[in-house]
Design a protein around this ligand. Structure first.
Ligand code: IMP
Ligand code: MG
Length: 185
């Protein structure tokens, strides 16, 4: 089996963010999130969207200096989400979010369709507020006028992997973020 680090070096267009840069940025986001919810009396439910958010999620929540409820959802798109915009819930939320503050944790905001779906989902379930933390934002690809509330980095319109993001389920466990060469895709 080839080492992931050697594969990624050959396949990558460029290194976008190294591990230290990512962790420093996440610490700043966590501090912003802590300040934002500090004076809230309602519970905060931090919902990780599987599987892309796993590394961002674990790094973020250990730096949020507030009591939180941990929960996850897994969603997949019917066919290509960029075409239909319809998503299917593969693993539903376990918490009751009525009158609670929800923070959605996503790997990347691309077209914005997933996020739009999730915002409606939590509002319909009676959440007191719904905010989004996204590690990455690809604004050039946006089809729906929507913004993340706590965003790590803007990225160009390239295919990005690492730190949770995948290409065909591969590269998720890379500790840094790269863009893939066209010929790899
Ligand atoms: P949206 O609904 O188009 O905003 O899609 C969001 C989802 O598409 C993300 O949660 C990712 O799983 C996936 N995605 C979008 N762009 C990329 C990328 O560059 N690399 C890996 N996954 C991506
Ligand atoms: Mg995803």
């Amino acid at each position: 089996m080839k080492k992931l680090s050697s594969i990624s070096k050959n396949d990558r267009e460029k290194l976008l963010f190294d591990e230290k840069t990512i962790e420093n940025r996440i610490l700043k986001l966590a501090n912003e999130i802590t300040s934002y919810y500090e004076n809230e009396s309602s519970q905060l439910v931090v919902v990780g969207i599987l599987r892309g958010s796993i590394l961002f999620y674990s790094s973020l929540i250990k730096r949020i200096d507030l009591p939180i409820l941990v929960d996850f959802m897994a969603i997949s798109s019917y066919g290509s989400s960029s075409v239909s915009g319809v998503v299917k819930i593969v693993k539903d939320l376990e918490s009751d979010v009525t009158d609670k503050n929800v923070l959605i944790v996503e790997d990347i905001i691309d077209t914005g369709k997933t996020l739009k779906y999730l915002l409606n989902y939590f509002k319909e379930r009676g959440a007191k507020s719904v905010k989004t933390a996204a590690l990455l934002d690809k604004p050039d690809r946006r089809q729906i006028d929507i913004k993340g509330d706590f965003v790590g980095f803007e990225v160009p319109n390239e295919f990005i992997v690492g730190f949770g993001l995948d290409y065909n389920q591969s590269y998720r466990n890379l500790p840094y973020i790269i863009s893939l060469k066209e010929e790899v895709l």
